[in-house]
Design a protein around this ligand. Structure first.
Ligand code: NAD
Length: 340
């Protein structure tokens, strides 16, 4: 039995998690333990992530999260607990230093992309972003009338994220840096080249980040894995995400050392405006289940089966409200399950 901790969270979270659980039941072989996180956990215990839940996550094979947050817990009091602290606590507590965002537009939705069909067709890429280092975590401050932020990367931090990139690449890693200017980027390039030598079956190329931003919209179908540091990855993964069209479609994963549980979740939030209406699109949640199967549990065939069930449902005309249709959560869930 594969042990999954399910964290429904808030807003539409419990609704889309119920759909994900139906999907997992149909695949079979999972022992699912549902726990509280975010606002729901604050209401229960005063904390957005209890030690007990974190411990249960550490002991699991993978953690599946829906979404956290909502107006009920919005506060300007800096000492009050906030739902998103639950997410940060999970990332830190599970040592999740790699963020993975796939971009694979469903064939039926190619015309929803802001790019022309002939550009986007065939796109199937994965952005691998370093999540716990770089300028977001460096020393920062103010001095007289100036301000500074510092970027620091160690060889070890670069090595471990590069390993993730090569592990998940089918054939090619495109490493993105700014090595013509930044010293951290020059170290990045050196270390990534060293890691590439351990993966002779995979190709490595380098792109400067400004050029990468351009190539991502001019030839997205030519990328396999895009490997990059925290800030460049933050920007490029949002650019890449837009290629698919709707936020209700996008899954993500955060992973750490091999053998430790990863965290799999939709990119979208708890959508309080539609919570309880039964209108949520469960497809990003289903995509997160597929990522959990592929990147967290090594169950490639089942991951592909989930993705193709989603593709077939869309090809048959399934459209939830966010995609301009009138299917509700129940219809969307049934459509995917019947294609699985
Ligand atoms: P949001 O992603 O929740 O919603 C943005 C818009 O997209 C809304 O109109 C919403 O109805 C729609 N939407 C989102 N997911 C959808 C889905 N599956 N199906 C159909 N429509 C969908 O972003 P927001 O409104 O800025 O944030 C709402 C709450 O979620 C806030 O409390 C925020 O802090 C939190 N949040 C959580 C996460 C997370 O849990 N990872 C991420 C982002 C925001």
């Amino acid at each position: 039995m594969t042990r999954i901790i399910a964290l429904p969270g808030d807003g539409i979270g419990p609704e889309i998690m119920a759909s994900a659980r139906r999907l997992l039941d149909q695949i079979g072989g999972f022992e699912i333990d549902e726990r509280l996180v975010g606002g729901a956990s604050i209401d229960d215990s005063g904390s957005p992530l209890t030690d007990e839940v974190l411990e249960a996550c550490r002991d699991a094979d993978a953690v599946l999260l829906a979404a956290v947050g909502g107006p009920k817990w919005d506060t300007t009091d800096p000492n009050a607990p906030r739902p998103e602290q639950g997410l940060l606590g999970l990332r830190k507590g599970l040592g999740l230093y790699a963020n993975l965002r796939p971009v694979r537009p469903s064939p039926a939705l190619l015309d929803a992309s802001p790019l022309k069909r002939d550009r986007i067709e065939g796109t199937d890429l994965l952005v691998v972003r370093e999540l716990t280092g770089g300028v977001y975590f460096g020393d920062r401050g103010r001095r007289d009338d100036s301000a500074y932020d510092t970027t620091v990367y160690s060889t070890e931090e670069i090595e471990r994220i590069a390993e993730v990139g090569f592990r998940f690449a089918r054939e090619r890693v495109t490493s993105v840096d700014k090595a013509n200017i930044l010293e951290t980027s020059r170290l990045w390039r050196e270390v990534v080249e060293g890691v590439a030598k351990k993966h002779p079956d995979k190709q490595l190329d380098h792109l400067l980040v400004d050029n990468a931003a351009m190539q991502l919209v001019s030839r997205p179908a030519s990328f396999d894995v895009i490997l990059t540091e925290n800030m460049f990855g933050d920007i490029l993964s949002d650019e890449a995400a837009m290629l698919t069209g709707s936020i209700g479609m996008l899954p993500s994963a955060s992973v750490g050392e091999p053998g430790t549980p990863g965290l799999f979740e939709p990119v979208h939030g708890s959508a309080p405006d539609i919570a309880g209406s039964g209108k949520a699109n469960p497809l990003a949640m289903f995509g997160s289940v597929a990522m959990m199967l592929r990147y967290g549990l090594g169950r490639q065939d089942e991951a592909a089966a989930v993705e193709s069930a989603v593709d077939r449902a869309l090809a048959d005309g399934l459209r939830t409200a966010d995609l301009g249709g009138d299917a509700n959560l129940e219809d969307a869930t049934n459509a995917v399950l019947s294609n699985l």
